[in-house]
Design a protein around this ligand. Structure first.
Ligand code: FE2
Length: 378
């Protein structure tokens, strides 16, 4: 059963006010080539760079932006510094993946103090970095697996991204696709670990339960998972947490945990105002998507009622639709974007609905299982 949680009483003080997601940092094997993929296929613009040419000898980082979405792709250039060893070790163990979900705050030292006082393990104490454009304060705490949350305070900074990064001229490789902002970021954790992390987000970060799904909601003939969606007080930041559940065959979450070698970010949901146009562009530019059978569309109208988008267009693109009391939403999922069956993306357009597409779980998971089966991992 999905239940909308009551939001925290308005009188309660939010001890961790978040202005939104600042950026997501990926550790990758070859940041230059990964950047090309996100620019040419996803339409992100390369806006800033740090590396040997800017005085940083041990690693290179590319900052990509589209709408309010900002990705940082970082790769190690050598293995004789602590940070570059950490980047290389992360890639060796997990493959390309998300290292940091960075959150935009007014007070990064305060965010660190409040969360560590509530039991968060520090990954980096508050530090101020400066250049001619001002200063940024950052701090970090550990989350699931090797993932961290970095708090970024940038009210005294006017540069393109961070001190030490060089702004780049207009990107003519980028082919924008209409992606606007991050809707939610999903973490996969181990067997029976979901509630531990739900408790972490609630106790340490002041989030509350927004929705939850049990294995009856999310199971097919073969595999199952459970999921709880945690949201911060203003609802800008939503983190669903998945754990595997017992099924007849291997859960897709187990496959992830095996290939990522531990918990980590499973997917990022990116929002658009025009999913038909966004997905058409992404497909044309080579982003691989999961497909759904024709039968899904024969029952769709009956399940979701009247919608603005032509059914045949939705079917041609493989877009899923779900409805709740408040409206409907359209969504589609990419295949994993690296060789390991780990990180993928969701493209989502909300038309009133604040749900997570429960009505699509069965069709979606059957599509994922067809891929799992093809990899010999079901
Ligand atoms: Fe999602």
């Amino acid at each position: 059963m999905a239940t909308l949680a009551e939001h925290a009483a308005e009188t309660a003080v939010d001890f961790l006010p978040l202005l939104g997601t600042d950026h997501v940092e990926f550790y990758v094997g070859n940041a230059r080539q990964a950047a090309y993929f996100y620019r040419a296929a996803f339409g992100m613009k390369l806006v800033a760079y740090a590396g040997p040419e800017t005085g940083r000898r041990d690693r290179a980082s590319y900052v990509l932006q589209q709408g309010k979405i900002r990705f940082v792709l970082t790769t190690a250039l050598r293995s004789d510094t602590e940070v570059s060893r950490e980047v290389a070790a992360h890639v060796a163990r997990h493959g390309d993946g998300v290292r940091a979900i960075a959150l935009w705050v007014e007070d990064a030292a305060g965010a660190w103090r409040e969360t560590t006082a509530r039991g968060a393990v520090s990954a980096q104490e508050p530090a101020t970095v400066s250049d001619e454009y001002g200063s940024v304060v950052i701090s970090s705490i550990r989350a699931y697996g090797d993932t961290i949350h970095t708090f970024v305070e940038r009210r005294n900074y006017s540069g393109v991204f961070f001190p030490g990064y060089r702004a780049l001229p207009e990107d003519d490789v980028a082919r924008p696709t209409g992606l606007l902002h991050i809707d939610h970021i999903v973490g996969n954790v181990g067997w029976n670990a979901m509630n531990e992390w739900v408790d972490f987000y609630s106790r340490v970060m002041g989030f509350s339960l927004y929705q939850h799904f049990d294995d009856k909601d999310i199971s097919t003939e073969y595999s199952a998972l459970m999921s709880k969606v945690m949201a911060n007080a203003n609802g800008y930041v939503k983190f669903p947490i998945n754990e595997p559940a017992v099924g007849r065959k291997k859960s897709q979450i187990e496959e992830y945990l095996e290939f990522y070698d531990g918990p980590g970010v499973q997917h990022l949901a990116l929002a658009t105002h025009d999913i038909l146009s966004t997905v058409s562009s992404l497909k044309r530019q080579g982003v691989p998507f999961l497909t759904v059978p024709h039968s899904y569309y024969t029952q769709l109208q009956q399940r979701v009622g009247r919608i603005d988008e032509p059914l045949e267009e939705l079917e041609r693109l493989g877009i899923l639709v779900d409805r709740d009391d408040e409206g409907y939403m359209l969504q589609i999922f990419t295949k994993p974007v690296e060789d390991r069956p780990t990180l993928f993306f969701e493209i989502i357009q909300r038309k009133g609905s604040r749900s997570f597409g429960k009505g699509n779980f069965k069709a979606l998971f059957e599509a994922i299982e067809r891929e799992q089966e093809a990899r010999g991992n079901l």
